[in-house]
Design a protein around this ligand. Structure first.
Ligand code: FE
Ligand code: FE
Length: 384
């Protein structure tokens, strides 16, 4: 007889606690498969992400033994679990079904008789945190007719709410969320403020498209090179927030707010929009994080000792797929797949040759960034 675990929840978003429960149940109760069944919006909870997006995040975590439940189940609030179980029974004729849930869900079930009247249901597998007194809740459930409840305890089970809290602080929480899930969250800007809508009134349509494209590329680089993905996402999204201001308006703001006294920066819109952009990110978009603000400030010409976030944004800005082709772009894109610093250096060098070829003045700041990258790369080379 097939033994199926069925884990119901909102998965908003899925995290390592869900996977730890599924893996533990699968192993301990010798289940052939555990199905993760994300619930649609219901009167009990309105998820932040819609069902389609939550299902996509779950798909990043599936394996041979842990699967996404294929059906989307329309639910009414009070018969939630029973409806799902009846459907599962229809789909898997002779299977024994083990609903898996956290202690919070068990405490909300009122109709145990209804659940156990479904012949496929063999037992409820219920998870509690270590150090959490759960016996009372289980006793109460048993008194109400839950005749077989298996209680398991796991060490650290985060909640989706706490994960969302951390995301709002731009923390990737690798100890709670698989990096491939956080990659999609950061790439799409899930659970973050809707910067795209906020930027729309101030940026041209093409600049906005470039911005979204830089976010995707920068987050892909951050994922590849193990850099903080959420901070990279926000920095990339806001890197050109001042780009559509006139040079005059940027100079005025820079002088009034004492953003820079550097003549070279003040005289070049290409340099100034980074500095002014960081100020706008802080005052208009409420960004206080130094790493993000620095990545915005230095996305144009870089600086010595750039962080990985800064390198990802600077590089993504020059190689994102919507960027009009320029000589050397494909080589930089190829290099970006194997070495972040080398690719950033190649990007700065290409800009330098272009500026010199049109008789422009090359920034000494960019030269400092290039010299520093070259020094670091030579050192790595010698160490190898
Ligand atoms: Fe820019
Ligand atoms: Fe840009």
């Amino acid at each position: 007889m097939e033994r199926i675990g069925l884990m119901l929840g909102y998965f908003d978003p899925i995290h390592l606690g869900h996977l730890a429960m599924a893996q533990d149940a699968q192993k301990v109760y010798r289940l052939d498969a555990v199905y993760l069944c994300p619930l649609p919006e219901s009167p009990e909870y309105a998820p932040v992400l819609n069902l389609k997006k939550r299902r996509k995040l779950i798909l990043k975590c599936v394996s041979d033994k842990i699967k996404l439940y294929p059906d989307i189940i329309p639910l009414s609030a009070d018969s939630l679990l029973i409806e799902v179980l009846s459907l599962v029974q229809k789909r898997h004729n002779d299977a024994a079904v083990f609903p898996i849930m956290g202690m919070d869900r068990l405490s909300r079930i009122t109709d145990f008789a209804g659940i156990y009247s479904i012949p496929a249901v063999k037992a409820l597998i219920v998870y509690s945190r270590i150090g959490y007194s759960s016996e009372k809740v289980v006793q109460l459930a048993q008194d109400s007719g839950a005749h077989s409840v298996f209680l398991r305890r796991l060490n650290a089970i985060p909640s989706s709410e706490r994960v969302r809290e951390q995301i709002s602080l731009f923390n990737d929480v690798p100890e709670w969320v698989p990096s491939r899930v956080m990659h999609t969250i950061a790439r799409k800007g899930y659970y973050l403020p809707n910067y795209k809508a906020m930027l729309r009134p101030t940026l041209s349509q093409s600049r906005l498209k470039h911005t979204v494209s830089v976010r995707k590329t920068a987050v892909d680089l951050a994922y590849r090179y193990n850099a903080p993905m959420l901070k990279t996402s926000v920095a990339a999204m806001l890197h050109d927030c001042a780009k559509c201001m006139t040079h005059c308006a940027m100079q005025k703001l820079a002088r009034e707010k004492f953003l820079t006294e550097d003549g070279e920066t003040l005289s070049s819109p290409a340099l100034l929009h980074g500095v002014v952009g960081a100020y706008i990110a802080k005052t208009t978009y409420g960004i206080r994080d130094k790493d993000i603000l620095n990545a915005i400030t230095y996305h144009t010409v870089g600086r010595p000792n750039m962080t990985d976030i800064e390198l990802c944004v600077l590089l993504a800005d020059s190689i994102e797929p919507l960027r009009p082709k320029y000589p050397g772009i494909e080589e930089i894109r190829t290099l970006a797949k194997c070495d972040l610093k080398s690719a950033a250096l190649a990007s700065l060098r290409t800009t330098k040759s272009y500026i010199l070829s049109i008789g422009g003045k090359y920034s000494m700041k960019a030269q400092d960034a290039m010299d520093d990258l070259l020094k670091k790369l030579t050192k790595i080379h010698q160490e190898v």
